[in-house]
Design a protein around this ligand. Structure first.
Ligand code: CU
Length: 174
């Protein structure tokens, strides 16, 4: 097999519709280049990236402590916890549930600590479409201020085994 170099004058500058499509593509690249950081700072649905290494047992202990001191009810065997506004809130992802159910106050700011005590899960808040990775050994802190009242479902969006589809939780805002 032999290869031949292209002729010296192979390049012809784009003209007509080709020029137009290259232009549209370039403009769209620039739009996305600006939109991504804009959505991060103005979207109000993004994590600040605050996270810490945490021992699984220590996190579990904080969750249990919160349930012991702030439980206000129970739903399908899962405790409902009402943390004090402005304070720390602990949410544990585990096979296959989100524990406990959180009851938050509209317009109040909370520091929600999310971690897993077994393997990787995905925190997905519906219908807001907020998604965060939940990793064992890491405490992911979300500074969260509920802006609408109601019941919000949490699902797991990281396949985590046979009961993955049953892994739902709840945040109640009133
Ligand atoms: Cu999961």
């Amino acid at each position: 097999m032999s290869m031949h170099p292209p002729p010296k004058d192979w390049f012809t500058p784009p003209v007509g519709p080709e020029r137009l499509w290259i232009g549209i593509g370039l403009i769209w690249c620039l739009v996305l280049f600006i939109a991504m950081p804009y959505a991060h700072f103005k979207g109000k649905q993004n994590s600040t990236g605050e996270s810490y290494a945490v021992d699984k047992a220590a996190f579990q202990e904080r969750v249990a402590q919160q349930v012991a001191t702030n439980q206000v009810g129970e739903m399908n065997g899962v405790p409902i916890v009402e943390p004090s506004p402005g304070g720390d809130v602990y949410l544990q992802g585990r096979m296959w549930s989100w524990y406990p159910i959180l009851k938050l106050k509209l317009g109040q700011e909370y520091r929600v600590h999310i971690s897993s005590t077994d393997l990787q899960h995905g925190f997905s808040l519906l219908p807001m479409n907020m998604n965060f990775q939940v990793l064992p050994g890491y405490d992911h802190v979300l500074t969260l201020t509920p802006t609408s009242a109601g019941e919000f479902e949490i699902i797991c969006n990281e396949f985590c085994g046979i009961g993955h589809h049953l892994m739902t939780g709840r945040i109640i805002v009133e």
